[in-house]
Design a protein around this ligand. Sequence first.
Ligand code: NDP
Length: 448
Amino acid sequence: MFKSTYLVNVYADLSKRYHDQPEYLQVVEELLSSLDLLVENDPKIQENAIIERIIEPERIIKFRVSWVDDSGRVQVNRALRVQFNSAIGPYKGGTRFHPSVNESIMKFLAFEQIFKNSLTCLPMGGAKGGADFDPYGKSDNEIMRFCQNYILELYRHIGPRMDVPAGDLGVGAKEVGYLYGMYKRIENEFSGTFTSKGIESGGSLGRAEATGYGLCYFVEEMLSAFKKDDFKNKRVIVSGAGKVGSMAAEKAIELGAKVIAISDISGVIHDEKGIDIKLIKNLSKTNTVVIDKYQSYHPDAVFSPDPVDIWKVPCDIALPCATQNEIYLDSAKALVANGCWLVAEGANMPTTNEAAKYFREHDVLFGPGKAANAGGVAVSGLEMAQNATFQCWSFEEVDQKLHAIMKQIFDRCHEASSTYAGRPDDLVTGANISGFIKVYQAMLQQGV
Ligand code: NDP
């Protein structure tokens, strides 16, 4: 927790106003916990009410999405887009379709996105959007009709220099295709106002791999800086077998690690011979959940129907890549007790603040999501650059740039943690301060 009276008062006020938004309060507390020293040494932050301003979204657009299902019934979902901060560039952030979507979750994700985007050094502000629509079990036509009706409202509020959405949980290349297709039809322009598009629709090679691969590049930097080591022969576990998790597992294996467990909502598969990631990727082409089907191809592997069991598998490195708050204190204790010494977040805020504190107290190297999973949005920024200049870069060119960006993000976090935390491996403080300073300076330059 923070000590500065200014931060304590601002947070108390926020907690009163948004007492029903736990995820949002959690992410703000996480950021403010790193800012004590900065606030103490720089009176301009308080004088210009920077914290009060940075924790309120510039705009929230809430809307209804009505659509017709395959049986002819009218369905209604609730959608919103949080345009949180545009100090350093147009709003940028993903779109989530999941029954859990609400204002608290959208605000937490958009807030986190501000500082993540800042860390990439690309000119992108922070936003997030989505709907409480569940694509699982829906036909392609139903998904298309939902996406089209979602855009019928949202198109007014987005644009290549205004707000550029992307995918997230439940929104992959298919959904982005339908969303972008409808936007393009209404606006009559091919401006690239969406990233993580299919390649043929103007997407970037390497975007699908970017978050998972970028996470592994970030972990490589951690291993090299703090342990003079690399991925070779490390036992790795990955939660989530979706866009981020499967690519993180693939890259970790390529870098010499042994990925021994992976999960999705159906459960965990533990395969001491090493997870067959090609099989997982093939299964996910035709199935919504894949982990419960793995054992029929590899009978030696052990299946557990509870996804939380993944944190009990002894490992060196844990990569949580599924969703928010998937590692509570109990799971953090199990990880440490079983020998885990490095955790890096592929998902957004998968670790609760208590669990993250426990890792710190037990000398577990910790790569916070806003730095470690920034590769996805970084390549989205590269997709915007390619669209704006009518260029198509090769996979190798994009991957090289991604690698360089992840190294630069690590270096910035490392430098800031050495200066402000007195502990060079405190990458949480490093990421928070480094991400915050750029946004704060831009807000100062632009006046109230
Ligand atoms: P996907 O929908 O592609 O995949 C999510 C995966 O996590 C699925 O395998 C899902 O299982 C699984 N999952 C969901 N909830 C749980 C749970 N409680 N326990 C175990 N597994 C679970 O999403 P993404 O991979 O795109 O996103 C994952 C996370 O990464 C999110 O936090 C997202 O915000 C973050 N992120 C994503 C980026 C991107 O580029 N896509 C960029 C940066 C962060 P099932 O399919 O069975 O439901």
